[in-house]
Write a protein that binds this ligand. Structure first.
Ligand code: P6P
Length: 334
C-alpha cells in the first residue's frame, strides 16, 4: 500500500521545476477532499449543510449550501499555502487575489469547480471536485492579474478531480500519466489504487442528456442514433449512462471506456460546461490517459480563453469514440 504522500515524494523528481510547490498544493487539495468527504457523508443528517442556500451563484444557479462550504473550504486551504498566488472558482464571479507578501511572491494559481453536480447531493448521488493548476505568467512580487487565469489548457502544470462516490477517490496528473488514490477513512489516508490509468481506446458507454435531443445539433443527433444501432463488431448498441455528474460519468468512462458529451444546444449555444475549471482539467487528464477531448471541432486544450466563466461544448473520453462523434459533427455541420 502506497499513500498519496509517499507517491508524490517519489514522483517529485519527475517535475524538478516544482520542487515541493506542487506537493504543497496537492496536500491542501487532499485536505479539502477529506473535509468535503466528511460533510457529504453527513449531509443528510446535518441540515445546516444540506439544502438550498437561497443564494444564487454567478451562473444564476441556486447554490446548495455544500457548494458554498466546498468553495470556502478550498479558498481557505489554498490561501494558507505559500505556493498559491490566486484562485478562481465556479462559485465566485471574479478571481481571488491572495494579495499578501506571500501571495504576491507565489508562483501558482488554481481554478476549481469545488462541488460539481451538487444538485445530486440531496438525492444521494455522487458528486465531485475539479481542480486545475497553472504557473502564473505575471511578474513574481506582484498581485496576480486576469491574464494569469486566461491561459490555454495546454499550459496546465497539474489537474485532477475528487469523486465522492461509493468510495472517495482522488485522480490527478502532473503531465506524467494519471494516477488514482482511494480514501481510507479508517486511516485518514489516500492510497494508490489505480496506477497509470489508461482509458480504453473504445468502449460501450455513452453519456449525454438525451432529454435535450431535439435541441442538439444534427451531428450529435446522428451520433446518438449511431450509438443505438446494432453492430456486434463495435459493441453497439452502446449503453447509455448519464448520472448528471460530470466527474462520475467521466471517471467511469476513464476506467471502462466511453464518451461523455455535453454539446452546444439551443438552450446552451456555447455548451453548458465551463472551459477553465471543467473542460480544461478533464481534457488534460483524458489526454494523459490516452483519451481525447474536443469541443466537437478543436482540441479543448488549445482553446484560448477570453472570459473566466466561458462555456464550451465538451466531447471527451475514449479516442475512437470521440473521433467518431467528431466525424458526425464534421459530416453534419449546422
Ligand atoms: P444537465 C452538473 O451541473 C454539470 O455541470 C455536470 O456535472 C453534469 O454532467 C451536467 O452539468 C448535467 O447537466 O443539463 O444534463 O442536468
Amino acid at each position: 500500500m502506497k499513500t498519496l504522500d509517499e507517491f508524490i515524494v517519489e514522483k517529485q523528481a519527475e517535475y524538478p521545476h516544482a520542487k515541493g510547490a506542487l506537493t504543497g498544493i496537492l496536500s491542501s487539495i487532499r485536505l479539502v477532499a477529506k473535509i468535503i468527504h466528511r460533510d457529504i457523508n453527513r449531509a443528510g443528517l446535518t441540515n445546516n449543510i444540506l439544502g438550498i442556500s437561497g443564494v444564487e451563484n454567478i451562473q444564476g444557479e441556486t447554490q446548495m449550501k455544500l457548494d458554498i462550504f466546498a468553495h470556502e473550504t478550498m479558498k481557505k486551504a489554498l490561501m494558507a499555502r505559500e505556493e498559491v498566488a490566486g484562485f478562481a472558482s465556479e462559485e465566485e464571479e471574479n478571481f481571488v487575489v491572495f494579495d499578501t507578501e506571500r501571495g504576491r511572491n507565489a508562483k501558482y494559481i488554481i481554478l476549481t469547480d469545488p462541488l460539481d453536480g451538487s444538485s445530486n447531493i440531496d438525492v444521494n448521488v455522487a458528486v465531485g471536485t475539479i481542480f486545475s493548476i497553472y504557473r502564473r505568467i505575471s511578474p513574481i512580487g506582484t498581485p496576480v492579474t486576469l491574464e494569469d487565469f486566461m491561459q490555454p489548457g495546454n499550459r496546465q502544470v497539474a489537474a485532477g478531480y475528487v469523486v465522492y462516490g461509493s468510495s472517495t477517490m482522488l485522480v490527478y496528473t502532473t503531465g506524467n500519466g494519471v494516477n488514482g488514490f482511494t480514501y481510507d477513512p479508517s486511516l485518514g489516508v489516500f492510497c494508490l489504487s489505480h496506477e497509470n490509468i489508461q482509458i480504453p481506446h473504445s468502449g460501450k458507454y455513452y453519456s449525454i442528456n438525451e432529454g435535450q435531443y431535439l435541441k442538439f445539433p444534427q451531428g450529435v443527433k446522428k451520433y446518438i442514433k449511431y450509438c443505438q444501432e446494432e453492430d456486434k463488431q463495435t459493441q453497439r448498441p452502446y449503453t447509455s449512462r448519464y448520472i448528471g455528474s460530470l466527474v462520475s460519468d467521466f471517471h467511469r468512462n476513464m476506467l471502462k471506456g466511453g464518451i461523455y458529451i455535453y454539446p452546444q444546444a439551443t438552450t446552451y449555444p456555447q455548451g453548458k460546461l465551463r472551459l477553465l475549471y471543467e473542460g480544461n482539467p478533464m481534457a488534460f487528464i483524458a489526454e494523459q490517459a490516452g483519451g481525447i477531448a474536443s469541443d466537437g471541432q478543436q482540441r479543448i486544450l488549445d482553446i484560448q480563453p477570453t472570459a473566466l466563466h466561458q462555456r464550451t461544448p465538451l466531447f471527451i473520453g475514449s479516442k475512437e469514440m470521440v473521433e467518431k462523434a467528431q466525424s458526425f459533427m464534421r459530416d453534419y455541420p449546422e
